[in-house]
Write a protein that binds this ligand. Structure first.
Ligand code: ADP
Length: 192
C-alpha cells in the first residue's frame, strides 16, 4: 500500500489503483460515480438521495427516460446517465440486493452489481470509478459480508479483464465501514 493514512488506503493491481476513502461520494472527482439505486430509478434516501440532490434534475430526467423505454431495472443490473451538476462526468445506477438472510442469491446479485458497473465504465472507456458500499444501508446487507464481495469483484475485474479503468475508489461513509473494508483489503494475499 502507498500514501496510506487513517482515512485512505491504496493498493495496486495490474497497473490500476484500488483505494478506500472515508467520505461522501458526492465529493468524488472520478469519471463516474456509482449510485446504489432502486429498480424504479426515481431517487430515494442514502446515496441515491445525495446524488440526485447534488446533481440536479438532469439525472432524474434521464432516469425517467430509461425507465420509460426499458422498464424497471433487475437487481444486479446497471445503467449510465449524465452526472448533471456533479464533479463526475457520469453516474452509473445499479441495484444491489435487499438482504433477506443470505439464502436468496444475495451474494451473486451483489457481485453482479459491481461487475456490471465496471463493465459499463469499461464500455464507455472511462478511467476512474467511485463506488459506495452498495446494499449496506437501506437494503440492510451486513457490511462484513458485503465488503469481501465488493473488494473481490473489483480485484478480479482489474486482474482479469481488459479495461480502461485505472482507478477504483470505495467511498465509505463512516469509520466503522471504512474499518471493515480496510480489514478485507489487508487480507488480500497478493498484490501486483
Ligand atoms: P442501499 O439501498 O443499496 O443499501 P444506501 O444508500 O441506503 O444504499 O446505503 C449504502 C451505503 O452507502 C451505506 O453504507 C450508507 O451508509 C452509505 N452512504 C449513504 N450516503 C452516502 C454518501 N453520500 N456517500 C457515500 N456513502 C453513503
Amino acid at each position: 500500500m502507498k500514501r496510506d493514512d487513517a482515512r485512505e488506503k491504496h493498493l495496486e493491481f495490474n497497473g490500476a489503483v484500488l483505494s478506500l476513502v472515508m467520505g461522501d461520494i458526492i465529493a468524488q472527482s472520478a469519471d463516474v460515480i456509482v449510485n446504489a439505486a432502486n429498480p424504479g430509478l426515481m431517487g430515494g434516501g442514502g446515496v441515491d438521495g445525495a446524488i440526485h440532490q447534488a446533481g440536479g434534475p438532469a439525472i432524474l430526467d434521464e432516469c425517467k427516460r430509461i425507465i420509460a423505454k426499458h422498464g424497471p431495472l433487475q437487481t444486479g443490473e446497471a445503467v449510465i446517465t449524465t452526472a448533471g451538476d456533479l464533479k463526475a462526468k457520469f453516474v452509473i445506477h445499479t441495484v444491489g440486493p435487499i438482504w433477506l438472510g443470505g439464502r436468496d442469491g444475495e451474494s451473486d446479485l451483489l457481485a453482479s452489481a459491481y461487475r456490471n458497473s465496471l463493465s459499463l465504465a469499461t464500455d464507455r472507456k472511462l478511467e476512474s470509478i467511485a463506488f459506495p458500499s452498495i446494499s449496506t444501508g437501506a437494503y440492510r446487507y451486513p457490511a462484513t459480508k458485503a465488503a469481501p464481495i465488493a473488494v473481490s469483484e473489483v480485484v478480479k475485474f482489474l486482474r482479469l479483464e481488459t479495461t480502461t479503468i485505472r482507478r477504483v475508489v470505495f467511498v465509505l461513509f463512516n469509520q466503522e465501514i471504512f474499518d471493515v473494508y480496510t480489514k478485507v483489503l489487508e487480507a488480500i494475499p497478493f498484490q501486483g
